[in-house]
Design a protein around this ligand. Structure first.
Ligand code: C2E
Ligand code: MG
Ligand code: MG
Length: 714
């Protein structure tokens, strides 16, 4: 050791600098005499020393002036040295620190976050030469750290050699540069390597095992911690099998003997170490991150949550937790393909990350489910603010292979109790998120916050509608459809209605999605068909108009349930209606799930002789090619295009749909016709059928129509 020390000392370069560029060093100690001693020590050197006799004064100084190095005592009244270091780093992130302490063994509890910038710990009373040398090294490190490695010639490998023996270091460096075409940096101690590694990520670190500030496996451990992504090779003068094995267990990739080093061996070791490290890093990353988006996975979320709870309790802050789910992602995935779906998820991940701070965690838990853990919140409202930001971030469309897709998300926001498990938190947040879905999607619902009354409302709505399904407490309203050419009645569309126990009607836009969410809509299917068929039979009986038909809306869930064709056949038989009397309306997104099942179902219905209409046509993700593939009898142009009939673009789309349908031999129904102008325009385009408030609102029963089976309008 003594030999080592003297060699190091003679090796120290004392850079000669004009006084204007003397390196600013800050010394902090609550003992004035120690401060004076430090000042004396550096008189006439290149260090320009400022002293602070309290941590508070040190912080003030750091706010006012740039330093390169801070040398600090650990035990001071008011604030301990490690906390001071953390604070100072917040003000000047590049600072290099040296600790002087009277009880080095006791005080060597180092905190992980400050570790990297602490060059060394020096015992009090200090050895003057030692301390001076350390400060010089720290200054040099500060300067080196600021210079990016890219200013060096590029090599095949970048290598950091940690070796205190200058001869050994020079030898290895030479071998690496000449034989392995490597770009090499040298650090004389582990502390120095730690500081350097905050701004560099070499491919490989080759480290001696007996260094002035760490020995054996301790050196390996500290180096691995400072550079988790670089491969580490250890090198030792003695052939110690146990030490070698221990090092490998700590994550070193190889163990080399100094005496027998040669270029070829070194190169082999470098290549192998780098490859193995890359492989291990990939495995580690797979275990902790979602490979598609690079976001945290559930396991990482669990880890971060555990830490966040503890910190929140210590700091007296709160956590926020958001459950995020894309609206109708399945449709996009089914329609545009999985590749586009993947791209969309990546873009969503990017936007979510951009909405939160560095220390928050965004995780993907599967499919289109995301979770966000927000830490260090001063108030609960902040969680909802961030949640709203997420929803807003989806305002601009996502470009996917030329298609521009608008996606929305529903977010449930909660402020978890700090003793809740992650499972509990996820469950509550998910529940809240589903409330957001049910309230119409594309929004935030906050549990326990301002909207809690609404959420309890939701819950009671949920139980009430479940009961209503069991007791069939729904009614149907019927909206007539007319042939545009002669204004004769063609048929009706049956529309479901639901009124709550207290008498408030609930819009189908709210309760139909709720029924779908609760997977209850299929339960109503048979009843709906029966009811609508019975109404048609009654109408025909009253008017003698046996050519009038009935349209019934079918949700995706009903469509996917096996046995639909049979159920429809039975309902028709039961009512004594011919199959062509019934038209089933499905949405175009349903068709886009271009599965054999879909085709089989549509074929079955067509074979039966039942008509199939595509509802809300033009609003989904349809490709017109699909239309040819399926046996569909009717296209219903969505209301939004009818409303825009007097605009150039809107009328274009309506006209195109009409032209297309005609060419494919389909009947075209215009939905939501409200004005005579719209009707005239549709007549000119030879649209077949119109339905809308212009003729009639949906009515509780077809009965009033038996007198007006033919209407004159306009
Ligand atoms: P939809 O199938 O497109 O039904 C047409 C909607 O447009 C109805 O809304 C109707 O009242 C409305 N409407 C008709 N004419 C006009 C008009 O001139 N102007 C305007 N502004 N609106 C008009 P409603 O009854 O609120 O139903 C909304 C949606 O709920 C329906 O859209 C349908 O998707 C769904 N729905 C209704 N009943 C059922 C059902 O029994 N089963 C299923 N699966 N869905 C249903
Ligand atoms: Mg409809
Ligand atoms: Mg419609």
């Amino acid at each position: 050791m003594t030999q080592e020390r003297s060699r190091r000392r003679s090796d120290v370069r004392v850079p000669v600098q004009p006084s204007a560029t003397r390196s600013p060093v800050l010394f902090v100690d609550d003992e004035p005499t120690v401060c004076r001693a430090f000042e004396r020590l550096f008189r006439g050197t290149n260090a320009s020393v400022t002293t602070a006799e309290s941590p508070a004064q040190a912080l003030d100084l750091a706010r006012a002036r740039q330093f390169k190095v801070v040398v600090t005592d650990l035990r001071m009244p008011g604030m301990d040295g490690l906390t001071l270091i953390e604070r100072l780093r917040g003000i000047q992130p590049q600072l290099v620190f040296i600790i002087v302490t009277g009880m080095p063994d006791l005080d060597l509890r180092r905190s992980a976050s400050t570790d990297a910038s602490i060059l060394s710990t020096v015992a009090k009373p200090w050895d003057a030469d030692d301390l001076r040398e350390m400060v010089e090294r720290a200054v040099e490190l500060y300067d080196r750290r600021l210079h990016p490695v890219s200013s060096m010639p590029p090599g095949r490998f970048s290598v950091l050699v940690v070796e205190d023996d200058p001869d050994d270091a020079a030898h290895v460096k030479r071998l690496l540069e000449r034989r392995c075409d490597a770009m090499v940096e040298v650090a004389g101690r582990v502390g120095e390597a730690e500081v350097l590694l905050t701004t560099r990520q070499p491919d490989v670190i080759i480290s001696d095992l007996s260094l002035p500030d760490a020995r054996g496996v301790d050196a390996v451990r500290r180096i691995r911690r400072a550079a988790s992504e670089s491969a580490v090779i250890v090198m030792s003068g003695i052939d110690d099998e146990a030490l070698a094995r221990q090092s490998l267990r700590l994550g070193a990739q190889d163990f080399l003997l100094k005496g027998s080093l040669d270029g070829a061996q070194l190169e082999r070791a470098l290549v192998r170490a780098r490859e193995r490290e890359a492989y291990v890093n990939r495995l580690v990353s797979l275990a902790h991150f979602d490979p598609l988006t690079g976001l945290a996975n559930r396991r990482t979320l669990q880890d971060r949550y555990n830490v966040a709870r503890v910190l929140a309790r210590q700091q007296g802050t709160q956590l926020g937790f958001l459950s995020v789910d894309l609206d109708r992602f399945k449709t996009i995935n089914d329609t545009l393909g999985h590749e586009a779906g993947d791209k969309l998820l990546q873009e969503v991940a990017r936007r979510l990350r951009a909405c939160v701070r560095e220390h928050d965690t965004v995780a993907r838990l599967g499919g289109d489910e995301f979770a966000v853990l927000l830490t260090e919140l001063d108030e609960a409202e902040s969680a909802t603010v961030v949640a709203q930001r997420l929803v807003d971030s989806m305002r601009s469309p996502v470009e996917l292979d030329g298609a521009s897709v608008l996606v929305t998300m529903s977010v449930g926001s909660i402020v978890p109790e700090l003793d809740a498990t992650l499972d509990d938190v996820l469950r509550t947040a998910d529940k809240t998120m589903y409330q957001a879905k049910r309230s119409g999607r594309n929004q935030v619902v906050h549990a326990g916050g301002a909207r809690s009354r609404e959420s309890t409302d939701r819950l009671s709505l949920e139980s009430e509608i479940s009961e209503a399904v069991r007791e069939r407490r729904f009614t149907l309203a019927y909206q007539p459809q007319y042939a545009i050419a002669d204004h004769t009645l063609v048929g009706f569309e049956a529309l479901m209605r639901w009124t709550r126990q207290d008498g408030t009607p609930v819009s189908p836009g709210v309760f139909i999605p709720l029924l779908e969410e609760l997977r209850l809509i299929s339960d109503l299917g048979p009843w709906l068909l029966e009811e609508a068929c019975a109404e048609l039979v009654r109408f025909r009986g009253l008017t003698g108009r046996s050519d009038v038909r009935m349209a019934v809306n079918l949700s995706g869930q009903q469509f996917e349930r096996p046995g639909l064709v049979e159920a429809v056949g039975e309902a028709l038989d039961f009512a004594g209606l011919e199959p062509a009397a019934l038209e089933l309306e499905i949405t175009e997104n349903l068709l886009m799930r271009d599965t054999n099942r879909t085709r089989g179902m549509l074929d079955g219905l067509a074979d039966l002789g039942v008509r199939v209409a595509i509802d809300d046509f033009g609003t989904g993700y349809s490709s017109l090619a699909y239309l040819q593939r399926f046996r569909v009898s009717t296209l219903k142009i969505d209301r939004c295009f009818i409303q825009r009939l007097n605009e150039d673009k809107g009328s274009c789309i309506a006209e195109a749909i009409i032209g297309l349908g005609q060419r494919l031999g389909m009947e075209i129904v215009a939905e939501g016709v409200e004005t005579c102008e719209q009707l005239e325009r549709l007549a000119r385009e030879r649209c077949d059928i119109a339905q809308g408030f212009l003729f009639s609102r949906p009515l509780p029963s077809t009965e009033p129509f038996h007198q007006v089976a033919s209407l004159a309008v306009g």
